[in-house]
Design a protein around this ligand. Structure first.
Ligand SMILES: O=C[C@H](O)[C@H](O)[C@H](O)COP(=O)(O)O
Length: 235
C-alpha cells in the first residue's frame, strides 16, 4: 500500500538523485513543487560543501526555496545557457509504445509558463517524480494560463477543441488563482490524450493563451523515486 510517508520518501529520493547531476559551474533551472524542492535542498547542501552553481528559479515558490537553501540566483537573460533543469510533473506519459512517451502535464501549481521557458532552454531537462505521476496515457486536465481579459473567449475555443474548461479558483481567497505573471488559469479536461503533440500545437495557437501545461518532447529523462531506489527513464 502506498503511504503519504512513502510518497514523500520517493520524492526525496528522486530529487536527491537529480541533484547529483549538478556539476561545478553549472547554471541550473530550479523547478517548482514539492518534488523539485528536494532537489533544491540537495543542491543547497552541495553548495555548503563547496559546489559553485547559479540557479534560475521557475516561480516565486522555487525562488524562495532556493534563497533559503543558499543557492546564488540569476536570470535567463543574464546567462549564455542553462546546463540542467530539474522539475516535477503532475502526470507523465509512461507507455514506451505510445506517441507521447515522456510527455508531461505540468502546472498544478500554476507555474508552467516559467517552467516551460526554463526547462526548454536547458541542455538537459530531468523530471523528478514519485510513481503516482506515471500513466500510460495522459488524462489530467491541462492547465492553460490566459491573460485575464481572455478567459471567457479562450474557454469557448477550448470547448470547440472538445475540452471542458474550468477557471481555477483560489483556495484561500475569493476569486481566481492569479499566476506569478498576473494571469489566470483555466484547467481544461480533454479525457485521455492520445496525441499530445497535436493537442499542444492547437492550444499554443489560441489567442489569449500565454502558455499551457502540456510539455511534449521536452524531457530528457525522468527519475522516479521508489520504495528502495530510483527508476531512471531516458528519452
Ligand atoms: O506548477 C507546478 C509544477 O508544474 C509542478 O512541477 C508540478 O505541479 C509537480 O508538483 P509536485 O512535485 O508537488 O507534485
Amino acid at each position: 500500500m502506498k503511504t503519504a510517508g512513502g510518497t514523500t520518501e520517493a520524492k526525496r529520493r528522486a530529487g536527491k538523485r537529480a541533484a547529483h547531476e549538478v556539476e561545478d559551474g553549472f547554471v541550473v533551472g530550479l523547478g517548482t513543487g514539492s518534488t523539485a524542492a528536494y532537489a533544491i535542498d540537495a543542491i543547497g547542501r552541495a553548495i555548503d560543501d563547496g559546489l559553485e552553481v547559479q540557479g534560475i528559479p521557475t516561480s516565486f515558490q522555487s525562488r524562495r526555496r532556493a534563497l533559503e537553501a543558499g543557492i546564488p540566483l540569476t536570470t535567463l537573460d543574464a546567462v549564455d545557457g542553462v546546463d540542467l533543469a530539474i522539475d516535477g510533473a503532475d502526470q507523465i506519459a509512461d507507455d514506451p509504445d505510445s506517441n507521447g512517451y515522456g510527455a508531461l502535464i505540468k502546472g498544478g501549481g500554476a507555474a508552467h509558463t516559467r517552467e516551460k521557458l526554463v526547462d526548454s532552454a536547458a541542455d538537459r531537462f530531468v523530471v523528478v517524480a514519485d510513481p503516482s505521476k506515471l500513466e500510460s496515457v495522459l488524462e489530467r486536465a491541462i492547465p492553460v494560463e490566459v491573460i485575464p481579459d481572455a478567459h471567457t473567449v479562450v474557454a469557448e475555443r477550448l470547448r470547440d477543441l472538445g475540452g471542458e474548461p474550468t477557471l481555477r479558483d483560489a483556495e484561500r481567497k475569493d476569486g481566481p488563482v492569479v499566476t506569478d505573471n498576473g494571469n489566470l488559469v483555466v484547467d481544461c479536461a480533454f479525457g485521455p490524450i492520445e496525441e499530445p503533440e497535436t493537442l499542444a500545437t492547437r492550444l499554443s495557437r489560441l489567442p489569449g493563451v500565454v502558455e499551457h501545461g502540456l510539455f511534449v518532447g521536452l524531457a530528457d529523462a525522468t527519475y522516479v523515486g521508489t520504495a528502495d531506489g530510483v527508476d531512471v527513464r531516458e528519452y
